[in-house]
Design a protein around this ligand. Structure first.
Ligand code: NOJ
Length: 744
């Protein structure tokens, strides 16, 4: 047998035997978990279900101090969060090794969009619609975090966000369940790599289960009241996708759902997650969410809260100390079945075994690896790549961009032009050398502009200023320049946890600054930095070019320069609808028709509209321009009827009709025209990214099968109903390029 044959035979053997090896390993772990469980006292079991914040920056209100180190040593703690670095994790793990059963600690951390290298905020990254790039950024984040001794990230946040007032929209993938599900799976795969247990991977945690993003009025931690149909149809889909992608853990949420706090919600945690979805990982509460059920008015005290949470399927208590303080008594009082405790502990120990921590508790404590990852230039390259792909070109009148390098004088203005830490956004870590590593927008543009271009700078105003004292200087340098780059937006800490805003206009006097600078008559390129869709109508209507740059991470300045000078042709598409004003919120593309849909944007004749505002958004979901233009052909359907076993193929040709090579994200939407429950006016069911050289045409094929047509009916059954469908193709959700077909 030659070596080719031998390789072939070996590959076949591996493929054939792999499932058996997997099963055998699972059985071994089950056996080992049981043998540990048999040795444990009730108190030691409850210790495993307890998690405290450590000694790094706290990410919530510490409920009580107490001697945490002693609790580690006596086995009263299963996990800690907010511990950074090999040095610290090693010391704590050594302490855990002094406990009677030497059960290793799990170290968790909010590695939401990077650890040492900061990547674009998740909402920004979602604008790339590039699943490979998104997976890659999570991969690097996991490599860096695991090298620092971290086992577990509290990410991805997969909450659907339809309300930009909610500060946490920055952490998710936007408003769409289809795109959100694909991104959830990509992030899980990126964090978990070839499998947690490898030293370059961390366990992922899909959060916040569930419907946290639907908080009423966009106010963080607020209530959620919605039908189970809507919950399943829109909000739960990305969680299910994360579970199907093998996510190790889930975190539940602060909100109540239809009157029952998510933390004590058996329907979502026991019936769906651990029941129907067969999730075999564990559920951690959100910070203090078990104890907060007292504030909700759902629990009388911590004793009752602990009983309600464990009964509903919350396995680990983050920071509320209700489990450690009450579970033993609850078991003794016959209020909690020991089987529930055993099940939770079994789930937690299984993950510790799968991570390899029982074999080597110090497996992730490797100073060499930590040092190597601390400043790995390859990671910065990955960040720059995903950052430039995340930028969305909203406007480009007279082809102002890419910047013509014959323009010799650039005035760079605005409170964010030279900002440093703002570029990395909320949920990022302050490292001592941030000022050296983070590439500011000024630095990136200055470097790329080269010696032949002069650059001047004026701040103009602070982010949330009421003073216009700096305007004169800004206007003065604008007058002397060929072109102005104006960098404005929010501060990084204006979005994120507990950062809801009732007013999502540009803060302070920034829009006044735009007016003053535009009044000079100079061409103005506006960079908008934000953790949410903002309202900026005057700017949108008057500035010549606008790039929405979110918070792009460590390489922000370089990525922006790549786009401004045309080294990268922008390809980002909005993952969320941009409203004209807060009064339109919630606004999302996949809404229902109503009985009185307006015929046009100005139709107010007894229709469902505002008398002072069109229904349409400022920028629709899926929108984003390129330096080139794309022309779509009529879509062609392989047939106009299908039955449940059939597939329909849709072919569309896209031509690059402009002057630059570029990438387009071709989107596929359907509308189910009549249903037993009303269906959205459009619903994304597919997309493809295509790179086209100038003048080039490519034909793309999409395939629609029965699963793409399914929805949750009134009784929450997933079904497809016979009838007529419209299928739309285009470069954003406002496309009217459509064909119809019938499901028989
Ligand atoms: C509360 C946040 O809601 C959650 O997302 C985070 O993971 C925990 N705090 C831990 O920091």
């Amino acid at each position: 047998m030659n070596s080719k044959h031998l390789n072939f035979v070996l590959t076949v053997c591996i493929l054939f035997l792999a499932p058996f090896a997997g099963k055998a390993q699972k059985a071994t772990i089950e056996h080992r978990v049981d043998s540990v469980l048999n040795l444990m006292t009730l108190e030691e079991k409850i210790g495993q279900m307890n998690q405290y914040s450590g000694f790094w920056e706290a990410t919530g209100p510490i409920t009580e101090e107490g001697n945490k180190l002693e609790q580690v040593r006596t086995g009263q703690l299963g996990s800690m969060l907010n511990i950074n670095g090999v040095d610290h994790t090693r010391k704590l793990q050594e302490l855990a090794m002094q406990s009677r059963l030497k059960i290793p600690l799990l170290f968790g951390q909010d590695v939401v969009h990077g650890y040492r290298t900061m990547f674009p905020i998740p909402l920004g990254e979602a604008a790339s619609w590039d699943l490979e790039a998104i997976e890659h950024s999570a991969r690097i984040a996991a490599t860096e975090a695991s090298a620092a001794g971290i086992h577990w990230t509290f990410a991805p946040m997969v909450d659907i966000g339809r309300d930009p007032r909610w500060g946490r929209v920055m952490e998710g993938a936007g408003e769409d369940p289809y795109l959100g599900s694909l991104i959830a799976a990509a992030r899980v795969k990126g964090f978990q790599g070839k499998g947690y247990g490898n030293t370059d991977a961390v366990m992922a945690c899909a959060k916040h289960f569930a419907a946290y993003g639907a908080a009423e009025a966009g106010r963080d931690y607020n209530s959620v009241d919605m039908s189970y149909r809507m919950l399943n149809e829109i909000y739960l889909k990305p969680y299910k996708a994360a579970v199907e992608a093998g996510v190790a853990t889930l975190m539940n949420s602060f909100n109540d759902i239809n009157g029952i706090p998510a933390t004590a919600n058996s329907y979502i945690q026991r019936d769906l997650l651990k029941g129907q979805w067969k999730f075999d990982g564990f559920v951690v509460s959100d910070w203090g969410s078990i104890g907060e059920m007292i504030n909700h008015g759902y629990s009388k005290d911590c004793y009752q809260a602990a009983q309600q949470a464990i009964t509903a399927g919350s396995d680990m208590d983050m920071e509320s100390r209700c489990y450690i303080g009450n579970l033993a008594q609850l078991v003794k009082d016959g209020k909690v079945d020991i089987k529930l405790i055993d099940d939770a502990v079994r789930r937690i120990l299984t993950k510790k075994f799968e991570m390899g921590l029982f074999d080597d508790p110090f497996k992730y404590c490797n100073e060499e690896r930590e040092k190597q990852q601390w400043n790995n230039p390859a990671n910065l390259e990955v960040e720059r790549d995903v950052a430039k792909k995340s930028i969305v070109l909203l406007k480009n009148d007279n082809q102002l961009l890419p910047l013509d390098t014959k323009k010799k004088a650039i005035a760079m203005i605005g409170p964010l032009a030279k900002a440093v830490r703002e570029n990395i956004g909320f949920w990022s870590y302050a490292w001592p050398d941030d000022s050296i590593r983070i590439v500011t927008q000024w630095q990136g543009i200055r470097t790329r502009a080269g010696k032949n271009i002069t650059m001047t700078y004026a701040k103009g105003c602070e982010i949330n200023d009421s003073s216009k004292a700096g305007f004169a200087e800004a206007v003065n340098i604008a007058r002397q320049a060929d072109v102005v780059i104006l960098s404005i937006g929010e501060a990084a800490n204006m979005s994120g946890e507990a950062k809801s805003r009732s007013n999502i206009h540009l803060p302070g006097v920034q829009e006044e600054l735009v007016k003053a600078v535009c009044a000079t008559g100079k061409p103005v390129i506006v960079l908008i930095n934000a953790g949410r869709p903002l309202v900026f109508n005057w700017t949108a209507d008057h500035a010549q070019a606008i790039l929405y740059t979110w918070w792009l991470g460590t390489e922000a300045g370089n990525a922006i320069a790549d786009v401004i000078f045309g080294d990268y042709n922008p390809s980002g598409k909005l993952p969320c609808t941009f409203p004209r004003t807060e009064g339109q919120i919630p606004i999302y593309y996949n809404h229902f028709s109503t009985g009185r849909p307006p015929k046009t944007d100005s139709d107010v004749n007894y229709v469902s509209s505002y008398i002072d505002l069109p229904n349409s958004p400022k920028f629709p979901f899926g929108y984003g321009l390129s330096y080139t233009t794309f022309k779509y052909s009529e879509p062609l359907l392989s047939k106009t009827t299908m039955n449940s076993n059939d597939k329909i193929e849709i072919k569309v040709s896209v031509t690059n009709t402009g002057n630059y090579d570029g990438k387009e994200t071709v989107q596929l939407y359907i509308r189910d025209l009549v249903g037993s429950v009303v269906r959205p006016v459009k619903q994304l069911i597919g997309f493809q990214q295509v790179f086209l050289k100038k003048g080039e045409t490519k034909e793309l094929t999409f395939t629609i099968g029965i699963d793409d047509l399914k929805f949750y009916d009134y009784n929450v059954n997933l079904i497809a109903e016979p009838g007529d469908f419209e299928v739309f193709v285009g470069g954003n959700s406002a496309t009217e390029l459509k064909k119809t077909f019938t499901l028989l």
